[in-house]
Design a binder for this molecule. Sequence first.
Ligand code: ARG
Ligand code: GLU
Length: 750
Amino acid sequence: MMIRKIFNRKLVVAFAWAFAGFSMLHADEGMWLPLLLDQNEAEMQRMGLQLKAEDIYSINHSSLKDAVVIFGGGCTGEVVSDQGLVLTNHHCGYSAIQYHSSVEHDYLTYGFWAGNFEEELPCPGLEVRFLKEMRDVSGQILAGLDEVSPSLSEQTRKDSIQARADRLSTPLEKEGYEVRIVPFYYGNQYYMFIYEVFRDVRLVGTPPSNIGKFGGDTDNWMWPRHTGDFSVFRIYADENNRPAPYSPSNRPYVPKHHLKIDLRGYEEGDFTFVVGYPGSTQEYITSYAVRLIQDLIDPMRISARTERLDIIKAAMDRDPKTRIQYASKAAGIANGWKKWQGEVKGIRRLNVVGSKQDYETVFQDWCQSVNGREFTGVLPALEKAYQDLEPYLAMQIIFQEHTLAPEAVSFAYSFTRLRNVSTGSDTSLSLEEALASCRERADRFFKDYDPVVDRRIFERLAFMEEADGTRTQVISFPGNTLEKQLDWFYGKSVFTSQERMEAFLDKYKASSYKALERDPLFKYAQVVYGQYFNQVYPFIKKYNERIDSLQRIYMRGQIKLKESGDFASLMRVGVKNDIPVSNVGSERLYPDANFTMRVAYGQVKGFKPADAVQYAPYTTLSGIMEKENPDIYDYVVEAKLKDLYARKDYGPYANALGEMPVAFIGTNHTTGGNSGSPVLNGDGYLMGINFDRNWEGTMSDIRYDADMCRNIMLDIRYCLFIIDKFAGATRLIDEMDILYPLWWSENAAM
Ligand code: ARG
Ligand code: GLU
């Protein structure tokens, strides 16, 4: 079915122009609860939304939210046909694509397109979740707890909340729903989310990596971007259209709602909104917490990972085998590494610590007043808790980023269970089962492991680089030199050689646990994990619990301060008015992200990353040709795509200027988990797929800045162009509802 709607672009542009002035009045910041969207409706409409809040989220009739899914464990996806077709990112479908890839069928490299329903590939373990409904259950969960909470231990409080949550969930779970009861505002409110879980999800199509991952890690977190980051799946259901485990007799799911696709494009300044599952943000933490992130957590992780990546990248450049083995690991290590660098730069540039301190001064003054009295002491207590936490946090980061950097260490530790089964102290598993799982783990481990690289990492990460450039040894072996110790680890241990490991496993019997316990790396792993679990983790847990309960009170205080209207009167000369926008500008405080469905909205908009530099809001296929480099893996362009470009064979997917748009940016406030989220225009039609943020704006998890923060979206026209013109998968195009641009419809009519 196709909708060909005649559309007068000029009229709409003129209309939007007349209202452009209004769009200056809002903040773009925020990840709003769909259930409470009524409160945003007026602003969204002023910015260009043609729908009502009820069209986005409704429990009485089908609405846009019924077309949005949790895709897998940490992404978002959207349904785009009445036969359960789902779009998400390539990086979200990656493990499913990898699962089906082999040397004979290398779908990761060459792409895959099912020619019909029968060829669509089941993906064991892959699930999608539809949100049926969300409910405010704060009353039931919290009744009585707040009054007595000062005398309640955090653990007792947690236990009663858990018990109450279980009681609320059970009846719905019996009906087959999945229920998650989630804290908001640091536990001041609770919402219940009722999901329908579909477990038969099949891979329908994916572009080759040189499109889906074009630009690779080099371009990751960057604008201008040219990644065709999408993949296509389909949900299957039983004969009654109900969720069911995989069965060949299952049928394509008929969804309550699916999104219509809009090829009419956009102009800079046009309204956009994103519906999806942002994972985690920390907009309401204290200056003490931001300082820790800025001065300790991020820098420690960045410097450790810089060294680790240096070693891995050098090895990858030297040897194509290592390049393949370490590609995915390097991508994972680099993703956080790059994001944190942007984050530190951003929070420094915005002086978030300073502006939080100003806010805290006002907050402290307010504690002298009747309204604020109950919050006296919470900030000093938080400051103290972070001071207590700091040394343990540093030790935790050393453990995670240094001790565990050589992969053989955690691999060795993973054999603890085998030892325990062998000695009889763990009876939950038979020796055969324990052995089989070790064997499987070993196969997976050695497939992508190079002991020479690992040893180099051990050697280098035994030291930590301080801010002044000096190197402190953080891993040492009393009575032995590092080098001797490493000779032993990498020359003798079964965990650093596939040969030794296989020989060891082949003749393993219960009494072999003694040999295991003598293995140098096994011994070492027991010691370092033991130290961490006994001497570090208990304190991390203790201080984090204290922080959790204090932050809950502080959050309540921030809400009350805002609602009381006391804020303005407390501002004094000398206190700069650079309080976080989220604490001042908006009418209410949006809750931090917690992987529940949210709506973010903003405009298509370029930005100015540096003095004298202005970024345009969209990229085109020409940019792919500019970046093309057959010698650099991330920038290979296939002949087929070059040919389409040469012939300008873009069909209806070109923009009004005849260009082939690829990606665009906007001011929607998003974070990790929003990957794959539908990007909708004022009419509620699909115009793109969210997949990243700009590096300069990654501090938006802590402080959003409308000038610098952009989400990066795939233009739906590029997605359909690849499906149609590049892959020839026209059967997929045919099942979508598509709005064509006027120039195309006119052409078609001629
Ligand atoms: N930066 C994006 C995110 O945070 C994409 C990551 C996957 N892409 C990559 N080149 N590693 O998840
Ligand atoms: N790529 C991220 C994801 O997988 C989205 C980028 C971000 O906003 O953090 O969710």
